[in-house]
Design a protein around this ligand. Structure first.
Ligand SMILES: Cc1ncc(COP(=O)(O)O)c(C=O)c1O
Length: 366
């Protein structure tokens, strides 16, 4: 009982189950993982080559300031290199934010049914949290603005949101910033930014450039296909980055990850192809789900929240037995839903065919 009170209230983060683990446990040969919103096309070939080159120097510590990656990302985003903070995944950027800004009892705001790491952060740093409800599976920015006070330290907004795949528009975000005091730091978590293709979707970097008290987080884990390497970053004012750098662990982004992320950033064709495959897969999945009479939340990201009117865990287990790994959504207070990542055409077809069987096997919850 020596652990901090907040730690005692939570369970460890549960990721999607690895393919190898499921295959080993169930004696399957060809399971597919559609559980963690990873890129089904794999990494860029250029990233693999860059890693092989960098591997010969791993007797040295990595560049703790990620010089080449920093300059390339700064140039591609039109910001100063000093406005960037790199992390071992954008999850670590969130963790460093907590370490830098949240003292016990500080007030933070994020909605219910958003990325589960936010509530873990609240507990780990012993924050006071307010979690306004969502509206129609979407962030209700008015409710969030109403919960923000002069004392609020952090507001967390995933845009698009995980697990719903919904987004807030530029007009909504503008109105939100007009409605809140300038004091809290607003986190715009844009892990799925590269997938969104909507004219009214805001680019969080515009708010950083306009001098708002904002940090945008992005990642190489999704459209760039490098989830296993763990590289993400935050973009904010030089002052915010300078403070966060004090809490950043030394050498937090490893040398292979830096080399691969730089190559992946430059491989625009791979990201374009990833977007195309995702858009085609999303079209297929949504019409196939409708064909099965299944409800889902329309998504602008690379995953779908699927409402099944059945216990989500039972459905997940039955799909896993058929070699299709998805994510149950109890932890997000959607007990009758699963989240599925858009895969390749063959993977999507396999998911739909397995789901059809499972729906016939498991009766609807009363
Ligand atoms: C909304 C959101 N933010 C952040 C992350 C963290 O991604 P990573 O730590 O791999 O950059 C995820 C991963 O699923 C996510 O869904």
């Amino acid at each position: 009982m020596l652990a901090k009170p907040g730690i005692q209230t939570i369970s460890a983060y549960q990721g999607g189950r690895p393919v190898e683990e499921v295959q080993r446990e169930l004696g399957l040969a060809d399971a597919i993982k559609l559980a963690s919103n990873e890129n089904p096309l794999g990494p860029s070939k250029h990233a693999l080559d860059a890693m092989a080159d960098a591997a010969t120097s791993v007797n040295f510590y990595p560049d703790g300031n990620a010089f080449y990656l920093r300059n390339a990302v700064a140039e591609s985003h039109g910001v100063e290199p000093e406005q960037l903070l790199f992390g071992n995944g954008s999850s670590e950027v969130l963790q460093i934010l907590g370490q830098t800004y949240i003292a016990p009892g500080d007030h933070i705001v994020f909605p219910q049914q958003s990325f589960v790491v936010y509530s873990l952060m609240g507990a780990i740093f012993d924050a006071r949290t307010t979690t306004p409800p969502m509206k129609a599976d979407t962030y209700d920015l008015r409710a969030i603005a109403a919960a923000v006070t002069d004392e609020t330290k952090l507001v967390l907004i995933a845009n698009p949101n995980n697990p719903t795949g919904t987004y807030v528009t530029k007009a909504q975000l503008d109105a939100f910033f007009d409605a809140i005091p300038s004091s809290p730091l607003v986190v715009l978590d844009e892990a799925y930014f590269e997938y969104v293709d909507r004219h009214d979707y805001p680019d969080g970097l515009d708010y950083v450039r306009a001098g708002r008290n904002v940090i945008v987080t992005r990642t190489f884990s999704k459209a760039y296909g490098l989830a296993g390497l763990r590289v993400g970053y935050g973009v904010a004012s030089v002052d915010v980055v300078e403070m966060m750098n004090r809490a950043r662990p030394p050498f937090n982004v490893n040398a292979l990850a830096q080399a691969a992320a730089l190559a992946a950033l430059e491989d625009v064709a791979h990201v374009d192809r990833s977007r195309e495959v995702n858009a085609a897969g999303m079209d297929y999945l949504t019409s196939a789900l409708s064909g099965l009479g299944v409800a889902y939340v329309p998504s602008v990201a690379n995953f779908l929240l699927v409402h099944l009117a059945r216990d989500g865990r039972s459905v997940t287990e039955a799909l896993t037995r058929r070699g299709v790994i998805v994510r149950p959504m109890q932890a997000y207070a959607y007990p009758h839903s699963v989240r599925v990542t858009v895969g390749t055409a063959a993977q999507n077809e396999r998911f739909i065919s397995a789901l059809g069987e499972v729906l016939a096997e498991i009766p609807e919850a009363s």
